[in-house]
Design a protein around this ligand. Sequence first.
Ligand SMILES: NC(=O)c1ccc[n+]([C@@H]2O[C@H](COP(=O)([O-])OP(=O)(O)OC[C@H]3O[C@@H](n4cnc5c(N)ncnc54)[C@H](OP(=O)(O)O)[C@@H]3O)[C@@H](O)[C@H]2O)c1
Length: 403
Amino acid sequence: MTNTFEAIVTGATGINGAAIINRLLNEPKCSKIHCVSRSLKEEYPSKVKHYSIDLITSNPEQIAATFQKEGVTNITYAFHTAYKEESEEGEACKTNGAMLRNFVIGLEKSNNKTLKRVVLTTGLKYYGPQFGEVRLPMEESDRRVPESFSGLPNFYYIQEDILKELSANKPWDYVIAMPSDICGVSQGGYMNQAFTIALYAVICKELDEPFYFPGNEKIYKGLNDISYSGLIADFEVWAAQKPETSNERFNIVNGDSHSWSRTWPKIADYFGLKVPKNQFDNWSSLSNKITLSTPPPIRLYQEEMGIKDIPNTEFINHISFPKWIQQDKVKKAWKQIAEREHLDPNLIDTGTWAFCDFTLGRTYYVSASMIKARQFGYHGYYDTFQGFQETFDTLKRGKVIPS
Ligand SMILES: NC(=O)c1ccc[n+]([C@@H]2O[C@H](COP(=O)([O-])OP(=O)(O)OC[C@H]3O[C@@H](n4cnc5c(N)ncnc54)[C@H](OP(=O)(O)O)[C@@H]3O)[C@@H](O)[C@H]2O)c1
């Protein structure tokens, strides 16, 4: 068959990588999918071949030797989603920069003369919402948040610079996709918001307690974009094949103007729970309020916007998850559920409790414009609650949460 292509996906077991593999399995033009991660967590259909490679400790020559030995020499599109979380940003720059560099040079050295494009997944942290309030909606033309402003580096900038440097004067180019907080699961990779919310819900149910939104009223009533993993994958497979997207960076969010005040009651319904009345009156020993020490990136635009003295950003969690899971009754409830339903008793420790505190405790909105992707011809969207529902269904089928 003419016009077919082979693709390679790093981060195969991750939330993004697994979704891209699934999407490529349904792409008629994709004849072979190669994928890389250190561990192997699922059995793949014959169209997928997995290689266990450590992209941090293997140098490009070693990676190239494996690719040549295995016949990974006809790649047209490479999707890089390998990612290592680090507690310190400088370290994240080193490890995540090294993985991308080792992988791309390894691909080049293994004689992949067919390589047309590297697609990199980064995220909306490009705009600095981790430092506080950002200008809305976030647009791709917004400038980087300088280290001299925030006091911290950003590994997304390092990765973008690596792609610019490595692709210069080469027959291949790149595209960068920037999702928001992701909803979805991969086999054995449950570290995301939907999984953590599901754990919170089933424990509330076991305890016969109401389903409080753990963040604050401001974010609850506002708009907050989520990216469904299947939509990100669909966008990336589209962008890989579109000549016009060469060397461009794109936001990719569900596009439904998502508000927790609509989704939370639906999630409550899904798990047979009730959202309590006056749910934000419950300030307690489980509550938490902090003011970030970093300057909010919106300040970079304050002169242009005609606003001044924008304060540092507050985080308010009416129920702070890291405190909530420390309670004996919560631990006991999960133990009971796990024993009764034959589930993993240690799963409670893998919930992204601190991360969810951050995403649900913001007192500002995270909303990204999809106009650029639309102008380039991508019109995909996803209903955010549907994304949560499908993710919860998958968690049930995988016997991660009670069915
Ligand atoms: N998850 C989110 O909510 C979210 C939101 C916005 C943006 N993003 C961005 O999306 C990108 C991809 O993240 P993700 O969430 O998909 O990551 P993830 O789910 O944590 O998966 C990371 C993948 O990288 C692989 N990996 C880690 N260390 C490796 C190594 N040394 N060598 C080879 N492979 C390695 C892991 O497999 P092994 O451990 O088996 O090697 C796994 O397959 C990151 O830039 C992240 O910041 C994520």
